[in-house]
Design a protein around this ligand. Structure first.
Ligand code: P6P
Length: 348
């Protein structure tokens, strides 16, 4: 309980009354020549996530719970809300003339929108509903997105080339957590900022300006049931955290919904890991629309993100749905992990 405010009432966070639209307009001044197309693009994401959250909040009351029975390109049973979320994002984004290509976890191939209008300068890559298998048990889920500029010299009819770029080419990235509240977190390369959806007015309001990841946290986050199949140095790292080698004991937190685990790590520090496993030798998480946006935000907030060996943002992608191991979090924990990367590390 915070100390009573001198005026007698508990000291409450003074509302900033800054909407995400106002914030985006301010931020886009960093992009000479953006001429509002960038803020118009991001408004497509904020609109889509408001529509998604409205369904996530009432999934138990409609028939949107449960599996659709179809299997997506990942070979995963599609949840009905997955399909709805994917359609809503595609609809809201494809009416933005500045967008030429969309790529989604739910679609095998990228989508060329506007039949490639000359004004199209951006590609948006997204996972419409990460963690969707948790929907039926009311665990937080999320949307992740990454925004890339059309590479120089790439033709309109080469959609894959628009999105197969390393994460260090992202011009913006973010996620929305549909949790106890709905929070949008994004960066355009000028720090990380969080906005909480105020359902009474339907607006995302600035609630977490300039998020900084603590130098060290107290949580590690990994699915320890796979421990025996991790490369040894991952298990050794976890043992060091548990043994207090970094000067403190750690608690374990694992929600099993990446966006929720990453959001906690961004705010509280510590480390989230999805290592290589026997079932997923390249890890389970997807590079383009999960690891890259997360890595962009982590670095913007003062943290780090590696694939077990190198900076995630430097990975040159070969395919849209390629996986990568991920170790993301505070500088102190990541520095300790990096101490044990073999100098000639062939694998990760
Ligand atoms: P596991 C959800 O299905 C997801 O893609 C991520 O959101 C989450 O971090 C991970 O898988 C959980 O995977 O193997 O621990 O159940």
């Amino acid at each position: 309980m915070t100390a009573p405010h001198p005026g007698g009432s508990p000291h409450l966070r003074t509302p900033t009354r800054i909407t995400v639209q106002q914030h985006i307009l301010q931020e886009q001044k960093r992009f000479p020549g953006a001429s509002g197309e960038f803020s118009w693009l991001l408004s497509g994401i904020t609109l889509a996530t408001k529509l998604i959250q409205a369904q996530v909040r009432r999934a138990g009351l409609t028939d949107l719970l449960g599996a659709d029975g179809a299997v997506n390109v990942q070979g995963e049973v599609q949840q009905k809300l997955d399909i709805y979320s994917n359609e809503v994002l595609a609809q809201c984004l494809s009416v933005r003339e500045s967008i030429g290509v969309l790529a989604s976890e739910e679609n095998e191939q990228p989508i060329l929108v506007h039949r490639g209008s000359e004004n199209a300068n951006y590609a948006v890559v997204f996972d419409p509903l990460d963690g969707s298998s948790n929907i039926d048990v009311n665990v937080s889920v999320g949307t992740t997105f990454s925004i890339l500029r059309r590479p120089e010299g790439v033709e309109l009819h080469e959609p894959e080339k628009w999105v197969l770029q390393p994460g260090n080419k992202q011009i913006a990235a973010g996620y929305v957590v549909y949790g106890s509240s709905t929070i949008l977190v994004y960066s355009v390369g000028n720090g990380v900022h969080g906005f909480t959806l105020d359902p009474s007015i339907g607006a995302y309001m600035l609630s977490h300006p300039n998020i900084r990841m603590p130098e060290q946290g107290k949580y590690y986050s990994v699915n320890e049931s796979y421990r025996d199949s991790f490369p040894p140095r991952y298990a050794q790292f976890i043992d060091r955290l548990r043994a207090g080698t970094l000067g403190q004991r750690y608690a374990s937190r694992y929600i099993g919904s990446m966006v929720a685990d990453v959001h906690r790590t961004l705010l509280k520090g510590g480390v989230f890991l999805y290592p290589p496993t026997t079932d997923n030798p390249q890890g389970k998480l997807r590079l383009l629309y999960e690891a890259n946006p997360v890595a962009f935000l982590a670095e913007q907030a003062g943290g780090m993100a590696i694939d077990g060996e190198r900076r995630v943002l430097d990975i040159e992608p070969d395919s849209i749905h390629q996986r990568t191991p991920l170790v993301v979090g505070s500088r102190m924990e990541l520095a300790d992990f990096e101490r044990f990367i073999p100098s000639d590390a062939a694998g990760v």
